[in-house]
Design a protein around this ligand. Structure first.
Ligand SMILES: O=P(O)(O)OC[C@@H](O)[C@H]1O[C@@H](OP(=O)(O)O)[C@@H](O)[C@@H](O)[C@@H]1O
Ligand SMILES: [Mg+2]
Ligand SMILES: [Zn+2]
Length: 177
């Protein structure tokens, strides 16, 4: 099966150093909803793996997070597509969980859910931790320049990291090749 895993904040929607704390603050990046819908209609399963330490920090609750993801699903559905499994890490940086990126726990969870190999599976992110999570399980790290991506570009990226302007460019690459 054709599975693509996306980071959320900075890839699908605008990110903020103040966290995305409400549905109103959850605003899709230009072209991202269309890109997900086009991938879905082209036979791709699009899953999401997102750190949400704002839960542990008390900035928002699970119901609010679920409402953001319901919004994502409905916007993609309006374009004729669908979103696959959305997995999040609600923990804080000091809790030592297995799911917070750069640990690959969420990627493993998603691959197991769909019973597919992690090897060379594309994981698209805007932060170094996203790319490191991919590398840790021999998936393909893919950096977008949206969100924190431009800043991440200046860091030492995992060998073989692919770089695209945005999610729309990734969709065009995957659908047309
Ligand atoms: O990019 P994804 O994984 O979808 O989500 C990132 C968010 O959970 C937040 O992650 C925080 O990092 P800390 O969790 O505080 O280290 C900060 O980078 C925030 O700006 C950001 O909104
Ligand atoms: Mg991000
Ligand atoms: Zn976690």
């Amino acid at each position: 099966m054709k599975l693509l895993i996306l980071d959320r904040d900075g890839v699908i929607n605008y990110d903020s150093d103040a966290y995305i704390k409400s549905v109103e603050e959850w605003i899709p990046l230009p072209g991202s909803i269309e890109a997900i819908a086009q991938l879905s209609k082209a036979g791709w399963t699009v899953a999401v793996a997102t750190n949400q330490s704002g839960i542990a920090r008390g900035y928002y609750d699970i119901a609010t997070l679920d409402a953001m993801h319901e919004r994502l699903r409905s916007l993609v559905a309006e374009q004729g597509g669908e979103v696959g499994l959305i997995v999040y890490c609600p923990h804080g940086p000091d809790e030592g969980c297995d799911c917070r990126k750069p640990k690959p726990g969420m990627l493993k969870n998603i691959a197991a859910h769909y019973n597919v190999s992690l090897t060379n599976l594309w994981f698209v992110g805007d932060s170094l931790g996203d790319l490191e999570a991919a590398k840790a399980v021999d998936s393909q790290p893919v950096l977008v320049k949206t969100g924190k991506g431009e800043k991440t570009l200046g860091k030492s990226l995992p060998v073989g990291t692919l770089i695209f302007d945005d999610l729309a460019a990734i969709a065009a690459e995957l659908i047309n090749n």
